[in-house]
Design a protein around this ligand. Sequence first.
Ligand code: C2E
Ligand code: CA
Ligand code: CA
Ligand code: CA
Length: 279
Amino acid sequence: AKENGRSQFRIYNKAMSDSSHFQIEISQRLRESLIHEEFHLVYQPIYCAQSEKIVACEALLRWDSNANKNNTTPDTFIPIAEKVGLMIPIGNLIFHMALKELKKWRSNGINDVRMLINISGKQLLQKEFFSQLSELLEIYELIPSDIGLELTEHALIEADDELLKNLSLLQVQGVDIAIDDFGTGYSSLSYLNKLPVNTLKIDKSFVDYAPYRNNDSAIFEAIVGVAHKLDLLVIAEGVETTQHVEYCKSKNVDMLQGYSYSKPLSSQDLESFLLPFKS
Ligand code: C2E
Ligand code: CA
Ligand code: CA
Ligand code: CA
């Protein structure tokens, strides 16, 4: 019944977000919020499956509730922002907020937790993307291996040779390049080995039923198998239950992310999670 309720909500939400009136209203509000910087990030810990230690956190965007009158979630407002060209300035703000937070971890002695940042397709296609990223790392006194970029298959499909060259340069410098939502886009097993990628994030939809259904488990195992053969690390997302955790460990997934470990946390709430990793 719960599953049903959720999908009905999705359909309703999708109908809403497809209406141009709704989109115009949201994009106007987003513009105002950009001027006043009414956004913040939350951080979801990612755990090493073997050591159970936090090895990274994913930065996830939130629109401050006072400005976000309809309580619109990122799944809804980010595609709108992307469509109207706002994901470039919002993306810049995301970088500043994430790197400022990361710099704070480093000055608190938390040295081995990477910050993973979601990059929208439009952002990546910008000419200045790569030079700006290097400048930002300098400004915040960070190094490439402090961060990772999460790119969707969708974003990568439009990548030309020059962009791929720039990405592999980042990779060589130590930036972790992850393919996000793997399996949900234009399935891309064939080009996985052509892309400069280190990490593959298996979409939650493949994780959900994998412990319980043979067909789902077969796909899950195949993804992990191909990834490992190509020397990619695997993160399973949407790990919600101990069954998911045990299943993923039994299939040699490298890293785990999901409510079973932690929901995305505010900067303040994250502090106690990171405390044990102080050196
Ligand atoms: P995503 O990148 O696939 O992020 C994972 C989403 O799954 C997040 O939703 C996270 O809160 C949620 N999640 C994590 N663990 C669990 C779990 O165990 N169960 C369930 N049910 N959900 C879980 P969120 O924060 O609402 O973000 C939704 C999407 O919006 C993201 O999907 C991403 O595509 C986009 N997004 C969020 N923040 C950013 C950002 O800073 N930049 C860009 N470009 N996109 C972002
Ligand atoms: Ca992501
Ligand atoms: Ca994802
Ligand atoms: Ca997703």
